[in-house]
Design a protein. Structure first.
Length: 123
């Protein structure tokens, strides 16, 4: 499934009418729908997947957002701090220790610092 999601069309419907259309598309075109998450749907990276995404946008305008998905190379240097912090946090001694407390006094970035740091799209 991982490979199938590469370059798929991720569509978010922000109005009730657009969500209703997404629901109907999901029932009618199951072969093109890879995943559905309430108001969001992932269409196959096919011309028909693009057609459905663009048709939703044409029908519902700005109430529909379309994004192409791309794989993430978690080992790329731009993700180093987040990846190292997440691995350390996953291996912490007590699963109930929240990240801010875990990161305090360490070289790991604070949650606030990570929230403020934008990571650009892999190209």
């Amino acid at each position: 499934m991982r490979e199938v999601l590469r370059n798929a069309f991720f569509v978010v419907a922000d109005s009730s009418k657009a969500r209703e259309t997404v629901k109907n598309i999901c029932k009618t075109h199951r072969e093109t729908v890879l995943r559905r998450f309430g108001r969001a749907v992932v269409f196959a990276p096919t011309e028909f997947g693009a057609f459905l995404a663009f048709w939703l946008r044409a029908k519902h305008g700005e109430a529909v957002q379309i994004v192409r998905t791309a794989p993430v190379d978690e080992h790329h240097r731009r993700y180093r701090r987040a990846r190292e912090a997440s691995l350390a946090f996953a291996g912490r001694d007590n699963d109930r220790t929240p990240y801010p407390k875990f990161a305090a006094g360490t070289d790991h970035p604070s949650a606030d610092a990570m929230r403020k740091r934008t990571i650009l799209y892999d190209r």
